[in-house]
Design a protein around this ligand. Sequence first.
Ligand SMILES: NC(=O)c1ccc[n+]([C@@H]2O[C@H](COP(=O)([O-])OP(=O)(O)OC[C@H]3O[C@@H](n4cnc5c(N)ncnc54)[C@H](OP(=O)(O)O)[C@@H]3O)[C@@H](O)[C@H]2O)c1
Length: 343
Amino acid sequence: MKVGINGTGLITRALVKLVALNEEFNDIEIAQINGRSMTIDRLKDLLLFSSSQGHTNLDVSINYETKELLVNGKKIKYTADSKPENIQWLPEIELLIEATGTFRDDRNDSKDPYRHFKSLNSNLKGIVLTAPGKGSIIDYMWIASPDLEQEITAVTSAEKPFVIGAASCTTTAAIPIVDTLDDLFGIESCFLTTVHAVTRSQDILDGSKGWCAMDTQLHTTGATKATNKVLKKSIPMDGIAFRTSDKAGSFIQIDAVLSKEVTKENLLEAFKNSKYKDHFDYSTVTNPPSSYVRGNKAMVVLIPDEFVIINKKRVIIKGLFDNEEGYTNHLLQLINFVISKMT
Ligand SMILES: NC(=O)c1ccc[n+]([C@@H]2O[C@H](COP(=O)([O-])OP(=O)(O)OC[C@H]3O[C@@H](n4cnc5c(N)ncnc54)[C@H](OP(=O)(O)O)[C@@H]3O)[C@@H](O)[C@H]2O)c1
């Protein structure tokens, strides 16, 4: 299916790279990207090289007459318009990936993704956000959402256009750990800590968005609420996010009090047999740096040698995740699923 992407940022570029280089995403044809201030030349350069991920091994060129990028032989139309109503989406595009971070709240007109459906001559039927939705927009996660099949079938077959959220990178890393522990041992309470790479939503020095991105900052995290929402659970959870100046590669720690006593072997067995088993990776390197995980497509890379058990029921699980490509890989699984229900 032909899809469009709004935004030219880190996640858009990860989407282009992963779709171009992985056969499992062959059903996703990125036919158009709409940006704001980015020129087509700059987008080409950023698709070839990323400061966080390195060289991409893509073959990218530009057709200036048609305003198209050619990525590994596939044409991507490039437009630049910051108002959703004005974007001229190609008529064959039915699904939009909204990756600006700007349009994800249907309670606020200036941030409402439903504005995309007002664009002239477009045939958009649905939107997947690359972020948590706000207002009435529900988040889904591939593998994790308990009623994914029924609910995505319902939204995609309804007469009206749909918008769904895809939670956050931290939620994507937290869910396989939290859900596995809760299903097997019961979680009585849980505290999430993430040490998260810098993103463009932070200021380079103190400013309107926040404190200096080169210092470690303390933030609240929406990932604990989002974890319960996606899983339709009500595990007592809270958490904190430390933002650091790392370019990509983030750390997560789940500190949970369980209902049952466990050993380290029990924990490893639980993860190995979990429904998320194909979405975990494992590090045999103890205390790895965040850069170790860049380019890793797992939801979370567990570090078993760093697991801690205190008094048999309190467990501390540690892992790393690539907040760009790990998240985007899992998002693409959801998009594949949505497309399978739309066609
Ligand atoms: N980076 C991560 O680790 C990560 C992980 C998971 C989810 N996400 C989520 O994914 C979304 C995008 O994140 P990102 O890191 O890719 O952000 P980013 O690098 O800042 O990119 C955002 C892009 O959207 C463009 N944009 C903003 N408003 C626009 C508008 N009105 N019309 C057209 N383009 C517009 C920006 O254009 P300009 O170039 O003109 O500024 C920029 O190219 C956010 O919601 C974020 O929370 C990010």
